[in-house]
Structures are given as C-alpha cells and as structure tokens.
Design a protein around this ligand. Structure first.
Ligand SMILES: Nc1ncnc2c1ncn2[C@@H]1O[C@H](COP(=O)(O)OP(=O)(O)O)[C@@H](O)[C@H]1O
Ligand SMILES: [Mg+2]
Length: 259
C-alpha cells in the first residue's frame, strides 16, 4: 500500500508566477514527512502537486517530475483522476459532504470513482475505514445521521476515513488540525502514528510541536520575499532539523524567530 515518492526538479507555476522553485526530495514509504515554513512559502502549493490537485486551478502547471512507485504522475497519458485515487488528501477544514450521512460520506470517494458496491461490501468498507480512522466506536450506532452532526475533530477523522476508503498509497494532509482543539488534535496525531504503518504520509503544519511529535522527516520551505518563489531549504530527520539544522534560516524558523 505504502509507496516511495521521488520529486525531481519541480517548478510550480500559477500561470506565469513561479510559486515554488526547483524542489527535489525523496520521501520513504511508511514515514511521516512534515512540511514546515512561513506563510506563503508554498507548502500547500507543493502538497497539491503530489496528487495533481494543483492543476485544478486554471493556468496552474508544473515542470519536473513527481514519481510515485516508479511512475511519473506528470507523464504522458496519466489520468489525474487515477492519481487522486492513489494519493488521498485531507484538508485544513474538515469538509464532509453536508447533505450526506456518516456512512455515505465514508463511501463518497469510492462511489465517485464509479465502483458499484453491494450493501454488505459497503458495510464492511465503512466499518473498516472508520476503524482505521479511530472513529468507529463513536459513530457505529448512528451511521445514518448527517456527517455534519459530528464534532470538528470527528468530522476530520470522518474525512480521513473517506480518504482511506478509496485505498490510496499516500495520504496528504494540509494543516489537518489547525481548526481543532488540543484533545482532537492529539487524537489525529495518534491516528497519523498508526496510519504510517501502512501509508506514506506528508503533512503540512505550522505547529512546530506537532511536526516534532508526528514526523520522521521534516522539510523546511522558505521564501526570500513577496513575489519570490518558495524553495526547499533543508530536509532531514526531524530530530536533526529541530536540534542541529545546517542552515541558519532553518534554525531561526524552528526556534520561532520568524514565520
Ligand atoms: N490559486 C492561486 N492562484 C494564484 N496564486 C496562488 C494561488 N494559491 C496560492 N498562490 C500563491 O502561491 C504562493 C504560495 O502559496 P501557498 O502554497 O498557499 O503557501 P503556504 O501554504 O505555504 O502558506 C503565494 O504567493 C500565494 O499567493
Ligand atoms: Mg497553506
């Protein structure tokens, strides 16, 4: 299930604007990689190129390669829809489909992908996905209630269950806890720890404690000024990034001097 990600010389554009310049990074399977850096340095932009969500924006494009399990996502003839099935995404704000039940939300990605499911296959996929998202015990008696009836933290785990139900190899998370209280945040962090046994996880966070708690490796992005492209400055084991970074800007950022 879990796959290695290799990014080679990636330039990311919004029309003519070069938002992120020349990123090369190699992400191991079954690890959690944290993307950190000041606002506007291109963390979300970079993350969205890992499942071709970037190109949903008119004019947005990339140069370079993103190779997952040996295949370039941007190779000729690659279907972005299939890419997004392989690489799931969880957003900053939990976004359950408002008119759908908890059950329907879990299955939403699967049915969007045109898979016909029998009732019993659907039931077991719902249970399995909610179990994996550490939400099953809290919702098993009210699967037909609206997804929106859950708390913020539960909604975010519901969105993780929805992502998992499609059976991706990689999970991308863009500040998944930034709208959550500390208890719900810890629940998501525990979950990430469990999920990395099976998935390659890349998480954007502006929370330094979170990066050091959940990630194995950390990538620090920075930006020289407004209108300049964001760049990958340093990438290493999380311990090294937080205790002995090699670049001054990394040290300044992780010690809270800016950002
Ligand atoms: N949809 C968009 N259209 C044009 N420019 C964008 C868009 N989204 C982000 N940008 C620009 O790309 C740069 C990086 O933004 P973003 O990836 O959101 O940074 P971060 O997530 O690190 O805060 C910024 O200059 C931002 O204004
Ligand atoms: Mg962002």
């Amino acid at each position: 299930m879990s796959k290695r990600i290799e990014v080679n010389n990636l330039n990311i554009f919004y029309s003519d604007f070069l938002a992120v310049e020349d990123v090369s990074i190699s992400i191991e399977p079954r690890t959690v990689t944290a993307i950190i850096g000041p606002s506007g340095c291109g963390k979300s932009t970079f993350l969205r190129t890992l499942n071709r969500m970037h190109e949903v924006i008119p004019g947005a494009h990339v140069e370079g390669e993103v190779i997952i399990d040996g295949n370039n996502l941007y190779g000729e003839g690659v279907d972005p829809v299939l890419v997004r099935r392989q690489v799931g995404m969880v957003f900053q704000r939990a976004n359950p489909f408002p008119t759908m039940s908890i059950r329907a939300n879990v299955l939403a990605g699967v049915t969007l992908n045109n898979r016909k499911l029998s009732k019993s296959d659907g039931d077991s996929l719902v249970e399995h996905s909610l179990q994996r998202a550490n939400l099953w015990n809290e919702v098993k008696d009210r699967l037909d209630k609206p997804g929106m009836s859950l708390s913020g933290g539960q909604q975010q785990r519901l969105c993780i269950a929805r992502a998992i139900a499609v059976a991706p190899d990689v999970l991308l998370m863009d500040e998944p806890c930034s709208a959550l209280d500390p208890i719900s945040t810890l629940a998501i962090e525990d979950l990430i720890e469990e999920l990395k046994l099976d998935y390659t996880i890349v998480i954007v966070t502006h929370n330094m404690q979170q990066a050091s708690r959940v990630s194995d490796r950390t990538a620090f992005f920075n930006i020289a000024g407004t209108g300049k492209p964001g760049k990958l400055i340093e990438y290493n084991d999380t311990n090294t990034i937080f205790s002995k970074p090699s670049v001054q800007a990394t040290e300044d950022y992780v010690s809270g001097k800016f950002g």
